[in-house]
Design a protein. Structure first.
Length: 354
């Protein structure tokens, strides 16, 4: 199925980020011609540099709110596919820059969709949001794609807004019933709490764990009882690529929204994931400091992935322990000075062969 990307023109927004860099490497591995549009990497070190991202694509550095530059990039490249990942992706950061978070995540998505409207050729657009788009009452409910959207914190709400933007554009400008006229198909993909080598973002569990372990420091865990659907980054990315490929075959059928997450038994507490990480790493200590006046973060979040399983024939391949083992192996090799382009490619090939 993924062989469909060979020699296709694929635009990735957010290609310098963690998920974007993994997607970039996957598409390059599949033989696609890739263009990327994003800001400069915002962490040091970063995955884009570690795996030689610039050698895998035509990289354009720009803000998705710079509509002139964004639209010129899209129009000049004439993509067959657009994967939109560019975002302000951190919950705690959204409390510091709430208006900018809404601007980037909701309005920025509209700008990308406007860019696709400029094309006079077929194009499949996969818009990436998050598992946090649902009105989460933390009752243990497993959320389906047609459940109510919402969001307590600015990040979650901004992504719920992005879903409304996507749905409006799909109905107003890319209506599946009029596909033969506009030749565009738009879908949204919801996933979150991905782990994998090369993520150095602040306020994320595994990067925080790895930073502490690599510096022989005690790991500080702020929400030990929070439950998250843990999955390796290659899991949702394979879902996005499968979705895009199917859209080329039957665009009117697959222009929809989809959850991508792990199996239910891989929804673990932060404390459990941290203890598992120490076991795999072979050393380390944990502390659970009592923190006051912390911004609200969801304690429980669970996705129903049956739609993706049934309609896309996609399902997770790695459990939480396998995902964490692959992630920590990547970091250990990085900190031992190994060549990460090869390590990353080997992990991709191992995953794709399952």
């Amino acid at each position: 199925m993924l062989s469909i990307y060979k020699n296709k023109r694929v635009l990735v927004t957010g290609h310098t980020g963690f998920k974007g860099s993994w997607l970039l490497k996957l598409l390059h591995h599949l033989g696609a011609e890739v263009a990327g549009y994003a800001l400069e990497p915002n962490t040091t070190p970063n995955l884009f540099a570690a795996v030689g991202g610039e050698k895998c694509c035509h990289s354009v550095i720009g803000d998705i709110r710079d509509t002139q530059k964004l639209h010129k990039t899209i129009y000049d490249f004439q993509p067959d596919f657009v994967f939109h990942l560019a975002a302000q992706p951190i919950v705690r950061t959204s409390y510091q820059i709430p208006a900018e978070t809404f601007d980037v995540n909701a309005v920025g998505t509209a700008y990308v969709l406007d860019g696709i409207r400029l094309l006079e050729k077929p194009c499949m657009g996969v818009m990436i949001t998050t598992d946090k788009v649902y009105q989460n009452n933390e009752t243990g409910q497993t959320y389906k794609e047609d459940d109510r959207l919402g969001g307590y914190d600015p990040y979650s709400a901004s992504k719920a807004c992005a879903e409304l933007v996507i749905d409006s554009y799909r109905k107003s400008f890319f209506n599946p019933e009029q596909y033969n006229k506009h030749k565009k198909a738009i879908a949204s993909a919801r996933a979150g709490n991905v782990i994998g080598g090369g993520d150095w973002a602040a306020d994320r569990l595994v990067p925080d764990i790895v930073r502490a372990l690599s510096e022989n420091k005690t790991i500080q865990i702020r929400n030990p009882k929070a439950i998250r659907p843990w999955q390796h980054v290659l899991e949702p990315l394979s879902g996005y690529l499968t979705l895009g490929a199917l859209m080329t075959l039957e665009p009117t059928l697959y222009s929809d929204e989809y959850n991508f997450g792990p199996n239910p038994h891989d929804e673990l507490m932060v404390k459990e994931m941290t203890e598992m990480a120490l076991k795999i790493w072979g050393s380390g200590n944990i502390e659970f400091p009592v923190l006051e006046n912390q911004p609200h973060e969801a304690g429980l979040l669970s996705l129903d992935i049956s739609k993706a399983e049934k309609k896309l024939h996609w399902k997770p391949k790695w459990n939480a322990e396998q995902a964490l083992a692959a992630t920590l192996e990547w970091y250990k090799k990085y900190y031992s000075g190994e060549e990460m382009n090869t390590i990353t490619r080997n992990q991709m090939e191992c995953y794709l062969q399952i």
